[in-house]
Design a protein around this ligand. Sequence first.
Ligand code: Q46
Ligand code: ZN
Length: 313
Amino acid sequence: MKCTRCREPAEVKLRAHNSAFCRSCFVFFFQRRVARAVEHEKMFDRASRILVAVSGGKDSLALWEVLAEEGYTTVGFHLALGIGGYSSRSRERTEAFAAKRGLDLRVHALADEGLGIPDIVSATRRPACSACGTFKRHYFDAAALEFGCDVIATGHNLDDEAARLLGNVLHWQTDHLARQKPVMQPRHEKFVRKVKPLYLTSELETATYSFMRGIDYVVEECPNAAGASQLTYKAVLDRLEDTSPGTKVGFVRDFVVRGSAAFARDEEGDSARTCEGCGMPSFGALCSFCSLRAEVDRKLAARAKPAPTPSNA
Ligand code: Q46
Ligand code: ZN
């Protein structure tokens, strides 16, 4: 197997692109693919200050490395979720990655407030990923504002986007389909644009890039990911990809190019109020983050109340 670009022996075969690459040509291919997504979708430019949401996994660390090497101004932001050993290892890897490359990393640890994801789940009985999503959205938005960033970049890859799209289509979640874009424009002056530069880059490609570049990332999945329907959708898509390479990239790219406009909606008036708790934009008196925190506080307080003593009457 020869490299499609330079004819040297290839190390990786990408069936979806009908190509094979040696190490240096793969790195070139990967970086160019990310750069093209950024330019084509007008995600940001050289003047932008980019908040890169880094989890410690391969996708977000690979993204951060590519953007930093391309000369973009980046600030890494890691939200430590307080999910036991998984979160400690994720934080360690992220901090080591940033230190080794001299990159600017800011960390916010939920456990410092005594409110990790498991505490929220045990207080409210909400699904972990729903609580986690609410917290991530809030802290990413707040961090962009605090650190003067004008765009938030996340490491969602092609496999994530294809699985999400399949789930949204299977349940005809038209609101979610309207929001499934590689670039989400802000709906309030305190919000910034959200972008996914890896939306056409597969998990296999980010894993290969991370391996070739010696990125030491957290391999284990979050314990709460097990059983998530996303994993089932990914497995189905893997089977389709296996028999018909290029299915995932076609599914996601063609949805963005041809399908998403059908679900576009007028978003004016969304988040028009200011949250009385945190000052961020909200639909009601409290944003969803502050409502969730209030619910946790209420339930913990109720739990802490001494049980009523039986009366003698
Ligand atoms: S970190 Fe959070 Fe994921 Fe863990 S609790 Fe669910 S959403 S699975 S990307
Ligand atoms: Zn709030």
